[in-house]
Design a protein around this ligand. Sequence first.
Ligand code: FMN
Length: 334
Amino acid sequence: MALPDLSVDLGRGLVLANPVMTASGTCGFGEELARLFDLRRLGAVVIKGTTLRPRSGNPPPRVVETPAGMLNSIGLQNPGIDQVIAAKIPPLARYGVTVIVNIAGDSPAEYQELARRLDGVPGVAAIELNISCPNVDRGGMVIGTHPELAAETVGAARSVTSLPLIVKLSPNVTDIGIMAQAVVGAGADAVSLVNTFTGMAIDVERRRPILARGVGGLSGPAIRPLAVYQVWQVFRALGGGRGRPARVPIIGMGGIMNARDALEFILAGASAVAVGTATFVDPWTALEVVEGIEQYCRRHGVQAVRDLVGAAQEAAGAEVEQHDGEQGGEHDGE
Ligand SMILES: Cc1cc2nc3c(=O)[nH]c(=O)nc-3n(C[C@H](O)[C@H](O)[C@H](O)COP(=O)(O)O)c2cc1C
């Protein structure tokens, strides 16, 4: 059998060699990973959330390990957009890897200004709008949990750049499908999900939250079933179904540790996936996921990975259909 075709088209000319990227904030600006392996073997590198001005982030402690995951409250520590454009993107782009810049702001106007500055910068393949950061007091998740504000933010960025726009959705909403519809209606070329789930850990001896900021974002394998289901829901909310693609491609993430995990997201409806927390455990994970997906395709006689997108939706029985439409029901409380 010929090599399986792993390429994915994320819209507006953004075509990746394979569906595996890094998740923003979990590999900095790619420097450390570049010392370990050829970054071109990944579909893309998504760099740390970048803001208009430099940010030092939240005070420590800002990371805590939890059962099968971690809480972080980094708070978008980054050197600011000017420094990122001048000093971070050029060396990364020289490796020949597809570079996606993750941006975060306080208001639609700030996202617009960030998008304006990135438009036309050599080496930038796409922008990911992080409207879902749980670790900042203004902007971030506030925008990502209000459909109108999210749409306004995407529209503002859309009006100043022809770069592909990926919008990163928050899982901390009642219906993520409504958020996906709002941002796609405003011009998003793709959606990525999920960002972290808001959570907290308490030091019982000291009787106070462990993180200095109190709350943080939960990531890692603990969130994977929740994230897979949100991808499943967004695929349907965007018109995907049996044999029908979603209106825009979905990038799935949340606790991916290996190729099997990544395939869950793809079969639920994701065209591509991102590896985050796993990189802290084993920095080769993303590469192993690429290789594992390729092996899976060979083993199952799959000619193109895109043929797997949403395939579990086709197989889903009446039970899933029914449960999707229900609020509660007999599974309540499980
Ligand atoms: C330490 C840390 C920093 C993060 N920073 C960002 C960020 O700057 N921008 C962003 O959009 N997401 C950020 N995220 C969220 C991840 O990109 C990803 O959406 C989330 O962690 C779920 O994937 P995972 O379980 O594979 O880590 C961060 C996550 C972690 C753990």
